[in-house]
Design a binder for this molecule. Structure first.
Ligand SMILES: CCCCCCCCCC(=O)SCCNC(=O)CCNC(=O)[C@H](O)C(C)(C)COP(=O)(O)OP(=O)(O)OC[C@H]1O[C@@H](n2cnc3c(N)ncnc32)[C@H](O)[C@@H]1OP(=O)(O)O
Length: 188
């Protein structure tokens, strides 16, 4: 699997924030209704996210029947959403809040419905407001609680991704979105 993703040669290291959760700790997620990580999103991915080593973030996800694209397999956009979610949490490990500027996925093998996926994302580096990330996904055996755990030698690599995340101020970013939504509603 080869990926083309331009990464500047002069990136600064992505440093772990002092307040970042310890490795293995469950991350709180973006919100209960978030399509990627929210437990209350009825059609969501329900990703469970964990702090990894350094600025890495890991996630586990069961491939539900509602994620179908081609017969019996995951839709590529669903897998892209999962990568967006897990990579989108990497900047939080650096104490930054970012939104996705660019997302790229390389699909290496079909993912059957019903399997468990394990995803791992980390940062390649930072440049000004930009955080460059990469991630991988594997099919794994269910763990003792019935959900996927870290891939051992039997993990099957299925896809990889790269992302460029841009730091924002959440209050002004989402405030501007809400204002636009209100003015749009007035026009209709
Ligand atoms: C309550 C919290 C909930 C959080 C949910 C997170 C969910 C998971 C993540 C997501 O899915 S976020 C949703 C999808 N993404 C968006 O909706 C973002 C929409 N785009 C924007 O809002 C703006 O385009 C963006 C904030 C990304 C950038 O606009 P700005 O005006 O703030 O920045 P600017 O355009 O000056 O770019 C800053 C730097 O980023 C670079 N850049 C921006 N977009 C880029 C792009 N697409 N490709 C490459 N580089 C890009 C840009 O060149 C520049 O680089 P330099 O520092 O070198 O000058």
């Amino acid at each position: 699997m080869t990926a083309f993703f331009p990464v500047p040669a002069d990136l600064d290291p992505a440093d772990r924030a002092a307040a970042a959760p310890a490795p293995g700790q469950r991350l709180p997620g973006h919100g209960r209704d978030c399509y990627g990580c929210g437990p209350d999103a009825p059609h969501g991915l329900h990703l469970e996210l964990f702090a990894g080593d350094g600025v890495a973030v890991t996630a586990r996800m069961r491939v539900r029947p509602r994620f179908e694209g081609g017969p019996g397999t995951i839709h590529g956009g669903v897998l892209a959403s999962a990568f967006d979610e897990v990579m989108g949490h990497v900047p939080t490990m650096c104490g930054r809040f970012c939104v996705t500027g660019h997302l790229q996925v390389d699909f290496a093998a079909p993912v059957p419905l019903g399997v468990d996926l394990y995803l791992r994302a980390t940062a390649l580096g930072v440049q000004r407001r930009k955080v460059f990330t990469e991630a991988h996904a594997w099919i794994v055996e269910p763990g003792p609680d019935g959900i996927a755990v870290e891939p051992g030698a039997s993990g099957i690599p299925v896809a990889a991704a790269h992302g460029l995340f841009v730091q924002i101020d959440p209050a002004s970013h989402y405030g501007a979105v809400a204002a636009g939504r209100r003015s749009g509603a007035q026009k209709s």
